[in-house]
Design a protein around this ligand. Structure first.
Ligand SMILES: N[C@@H](CCC(=O)N[C@@H](CS)C(=O)NCC(=O)O)C(=O)O
Length: 206
């Protein structure tokens, strides 16, 4: 059986939530991160989650690839849109934005400043600037959600499933992030979805 490798509360929660939303027959395996003996190192040479191992042993990595792949297993799912459609391109645009501008460009230096400088005295400055970048990235999302319930069209899609994870992460920062009313509203709606609740429960987070 195919296996999705996750770590509780990590960005792999997006793939986990979508797997449950689609009720796909894929098992979920928790792994430790950043330990040399973690089994994820045998699956993904980068040692990162999410990683999806298919029945034939092929391994897919990156939320931006795994989320569309999962959705494509269920033709006509409202989580995605037909190949060639503008909606599909818009959903993919948000997946790219979340993976690059929000996760890699902002959360990573905020949480892992040691990857940007070996000089510990530089870390507070890296964190502070990363938080500025993160706020700017979320302000763009906040404006997009003005008068809209979800990021694309008028329904919950892969883009919202992914955004829900990062919208949860910012609650730990608070301050100006608490003022992002549209983002908070989307997060509350995301949290009410049975698939999100069951994924959180399975990850030991409820
Ligand atoms: N670009 C990847 C990022 C994956 C990633 O950074 N995952 C983190 C958890 S949120 C991880 O596994 N970190 C462990 C490490 O970097 O050693 C994606 O979007 O799937």
């Amino acid at each position: 059986m195919a296996t999705l490798f996750i770590s509780p509360g990590a960005c792999s929660l997006a793939s986990h939530v979508v797997l449950r939303e689609l009720a796909l027959p894929i098992q979920v395996e928790r792994v430790a991160l950043r330990t040399p003996d973690s089994p994820i190192r045998q699956i993904n040479p980068l040692g990162r989650v999410p990683a999806l191992q298919l029945d034939d042993g092929t391994v897919l990595t990156e939320n931006s690839a795994i989320l569309p792949y999962l959705a494509d297993q269920v033709p006509d799912t409202p989580l995605f849109a037909p190949a060639g459609s503008v909606e599909r391109a818009q959903i993919q645009g948000w997946l790219g934005y979340l993976a690059s501008e929000v996760h890699t460009a902002a959360f990573r230096p905020l949480n892992r400043p040691e990857r940007y400088s070996a000089d510990e005295s530089a870390h507070p400055g890296i964190r502070a600037q990363a938080q500025v970048q993160l706020l700017q990235a979320f302000e763009h999302i906040e404006r997009r959600l003005d008068g809209r319930q979800w990021l694309v069209a008028d329904r919950y899609t892969l883009a919202d499933a992914y955004l829900g994870v990062f919208a949860s992460w910012i609650t730990r920062i608070g301050g100006p992030f608490n003022e992002l009313r549209n983002v908070q509203r989307l997060r509350e709606q995301w949290l009410q979805r049975p698939a999100v609740r069951s994924a959180l429960q399975a990850e030991g987070l409820l």
